[in-house]
Design a protein around this ligand. Structure first.
Ligand SMILES: [Zn+2]
Length: 150
């Protein structure tokens, strides 16, 4: 799935937000809300320990930039209390294509899920299974793309 999205063989709402020499940034297709971006290596790598020195060198600065863009785009009426950056890449107990999840922790989401935050918020959002509105995803990605270009 992660490979197909990066290769453009699976429809991707919002399109590619940013592509660097070794990484790509796109919107999450799961139920983690509008503005949750995925940061993935272009190469099929299933562990941080498998990254090449060049891939690793881009990782820190890129996660910093993407987190700043998520915070800037998510702040507003809904409130962005924190920007989560996490990496699981472990579906069905199988290591999968690395993808950092960069998620705005919105007050509205936390309140809607009974005050859950951190991993509990993500678990609650997966249980609820609400897909983000495609038009809102497109709009968010346009803003994030413009911010990351500067
Ligand atoms: Zn892959």
């Amino acid at each position: 799935m992660a490979c197909g999205l990066a290769a453009g063989t699976v429809p991707l709402p919002g399109g590619t937000v940013l592509r660097t020499a070794h990484w790509t940034v796109e919107h999450c297709v799961g139920p983690l809300g509008v503005g949750t971006l995925l940061v993935k290596p272009l190469r099929h790598v299933t562990g941080v320990d498998g990254l090449s020195p060049d891939e690793a060198a881009e990782m820190g600065p890129l996660l910093t930039r993407v987190s700043a863009a998520v915070r800037a785009c998510a702040e507003g009426v809904d409130g962005c209390e924190q920007v989560y950056v996490c990496l699981w890449s472990h579906a069905g107990r199988e290591p999968g294509h690395l993808h950092f999840v960069v998620q705005p922790a919105r007050t509205s989401d936390i309140d809607r899920h009974g005050g859950a935050y951190g991993p509990a918020l993500q678990a609650a959002m997966f249980r609820a299974g609400e897909q983000p509105d495609p038009a809102a995803v497109e709009a968010f990605c346009r803003r994030a793309r413009a911010l990351l270009r500067d």
